[in-house]
Write a protein that binds this ligand. Structure first.
Ligand SMILES: Nc1ncnc2c1ncn2[C@@H]1O[C@H](COP(=O)(O)OP(=O)(O)O)[C@@H](O)[C@H]1O
Ligand SMILES: O=C(OP(=O)(O)O)[C@H](O)COP(=O)(O)O
Length: 403
C-alpha cells in the first residue's frame, strides 16, 4: 500500500487529489455535535494542500436514499473543516454535476473543496457493479490522484471507496495508516482476557461480526440496541425495543457456540425502559423505569442498560488484557440514558488492558460525556470497519488501496 508520504515525495503540486474521507459526523440540525472525524482526516488534507495540491474532499453522511436530501448535506462539515484548517473551503452542491466540476476547476494550487454527500447519488452504494463503476468513472474525472482516508467506511464496497481507487494512482492517508497499524497490533498480539463490548443501533450490520469474534474473544458483553434481539431469542418480552426479529435463530446459534467454545457471553440483567423515545433536542426529563431484562413491559422500549448491568459489566472488564468496544450502551445523547455508556467508558479506563473504542457514535459519546480521549489506548473513527478488520475480513476499501 503506497503511503501518503510516498505520494507527497513524488510531488502533488498542481495535481487534483481526491480524498475519500469519512465526515459522517453526528448532527443536531445543522450543528455538529462532535467533530472528531473531521479532525482525524485534517492532517492528510493539510499536508496535501501545503504541498500545493488542489484537494477535493468527498464523503458520505448518514444514510440518504440515493437522492439529494438537505438533512444529510455535508455543508456543515465543509464549514467546520474550513474553521479547522483556517482557510476558506469551497463547497460543491452536487457530487459529479456542474457545481462539482466548476468548483474543482476553480481551485488554485493549495486550495480545498468539499463535494456534496456521495450517497445523494444511487451509484455510490449500488450493488450493481456497472452502476457503481459508472459513478466512479464520473468521480475520476474530478481528480488526477486518489487518497483513501475514510477509515470508517473501508468496510463498504461503495463506488468512492472500492471502485474509484482502481481508476486513479492511489495511496493511503495518514488516518488509515494509523488505524490499520493499531488494529493490526490488536490482531497479532492480543493480551488476554480479550473482552469485546458491543452495543449501538446498527444491529443488523453488526450481529454478523459475532460469528468470527466468538473465535477470538474470551468474553463478549452485549448492550445498546443489540441486546434486545438476544433477549427476544431467549423468549423474553422486549416490548417496542429495537429488534431484528429475523436474526433470533442466529442469536441462539451464537449463544450455543459461545457455550461450546467457553466464551463468556453476557447479556444485560436489567434495563431502563420508557414508553417513549426521549426528546434529544429539548433533553426534557424522560423518567425511565428500571426493570429486570426478562420483565420489559409490552408497551415499553429498552433505552439503556440498568444499574446492576453497569456493575456486572464493570466487573467483567476489571481484569481485561485487551478491550474492544463498539456501540453505546444506550441512547447516550439523552442524559437519562447515558449512565450505561459512561459506566462502560469508565470501566475501560479502570481496566489494566489495552483499550480500543471504535465507531463514530462511540467515540463521540466518550468525548461528549467528558472523558479524556487520550486516556484510552486508541479511539478508532470506525465501528463497523474496525470490527470487520478484527474479524480478519478483507476490507474492500483497504484491498483497493493495495498496489
Ligand atoms: N437501546 C437503544 N435503542 C435505540 N438506540 C440505541 C440504543 N442504545 C444505543 N442506541 C443508539 O445507538 C447509536 C449508535 O449506534 P452505532 O451507529 O451502531 O454506533 P457507532 O457509530 O459507535 O458504531 C446512538 O445514536 C444511540 O442513541
Ligand atoms: O458511521 C459509520 O460507521 P460506524 O457507525 O460503524 O462507526 C461510517 O461512517 C459508515 O457509515 P455506514 O454504516 O452508514 O456505512
Amino acid at each position: 500500500m503506497k503511503t501518503i508520504d510516498e505520494l507527497l515525495a513524488e510531488g502533488v503540486a498542481g495535481k487534483r487529489v481526491f480524498v475519500r474521507a469519512d465526515l459522517n459526523v453526528p448532527l443536531d440540525g445543522d450543528t455538529i455535535t462532535d467533530d472528531g472525524r473531521i479532525r482525524a482526516v485534517q492532517p492528510t488534507i493539510k499536508a496535501l494542500a501545503e504541498a500545493g495540491a488542489k484537494v477535493v474532499v468527498a464523503s458520505h453522511l448518514g444514510r440518504p436514499k440515493g437522492a439529494p436530501d438537505p438533512a444529510f448535506s455535508l455543508a456543515p462539515a465543509a464549514a467546520r473543516l474550513g474553521e479547522l484548517l483556517g482557510t476558506e473551503v469551497a463547497f460543491a452542491t452536487d457530487t459529479v454535476g456542474e457545481s462539482a466540476k466548476a468548483t474543482v476547476a476553480g481551485l488554485a494550487d493549495g486550495q480545498v473543496a468539499v463535494i456534496e454527500n456521495l450517497r445523494f447519488n444511487p451509484g455510490e452504494t449500488s450493488k450493481d457493479d456497472a452502476e457503481r463503476d459508472a459513478f466512479a468513472a464520473r468521480l475520476a474525472e474530478l481528480a488526477d490522484l486518489y487518497v483513501g482516508d475514510g477509515f470508517g467506511a473501508v468496510h463498504r464496497k461503495h463506488a468512492s471507496v472500492y471502485d474509484l481507487p482502481g481508476k486513479l494512482p492511489h495511496a493511503a492517508g495518514f488516518l488509515i495508516s494509523t488505524e490499520v497499524g493499531v488494529l493490526k497490533k490488536l490482531t497479532d498480539d492480543v493480551q488476554r482476557p480479550y473482552v469485546v463490548v458491543l452495543g449501538g443501533a446498527k444491529v443488523s450490520d453488526k450481529l454478523g461480526v459475532i460469528d468470527n469474534l466468538l473465535k477470538k474473544a474470551d468474553r463478549i458483553l452485549i448492550g445498546g440496541g443489540m441486546a434486545y434481539t438476544f433477549l427476544a431469542a431467549k423468549g423474553h418480552e422486549v416490548g417496542i425495543s429495537l429488534l431484528q426479529a429475523d436474526q433470533k435463530d442466529t442469536c441462539l446459534e451464537y449463544l450455543a457456540e459461545a457455550e461450546k467454545r467457553g466464551v463468556e457471553f453476557v447479556l444485560p440483567v436489567d434495563v431502563l425502559v420508557s414508553s417513549e423515545f426521549p426528546d434529544l433536542k429539548t433533553k426534557a426529563p424522560a423518567h425511565p423505569d428500571t426493570v429486570a431484562a426478562d420483565a420489559i413491559p409490552a408497551d415499553q422500549e429498552g433505552l439503556d442498560i440498568g444499574p446492576k448491568t453497569r456493575e456486572l459489566y464493570a466487573a467483567k472488564l476489571a481484569d481485561a488484557g485487551t478491550v474492544f468496544w463498539n456501540g453505546p450502551m444506550g441512547v447516550f445523547e439523552h442524559p437519562d440514558y447515558a449512565n450505561g455508556t459512561k459506566a462502560v467508558a469508565q470501566a475501560l479506563l479502570d481496566s489494566p488492558g489495552f483499550t480500543v473504542v471504535g465507531g463514530g457514535d462511540s467515540a463521540a459519546a466518550v468525548r461528549t460525556l467528558g472523558f479524556d480521549e487520550t486516556a484510552f489506548g486508541h479511539i478508532s473513527t470506525g465501528g463497523g470497519a474496525s470490527l470487520e478488520y478484527l474479524e480478519g475480513k478483507t476490507l474492500p476499501g483497504l484491498a483497493a488501496l493495495e498496489d
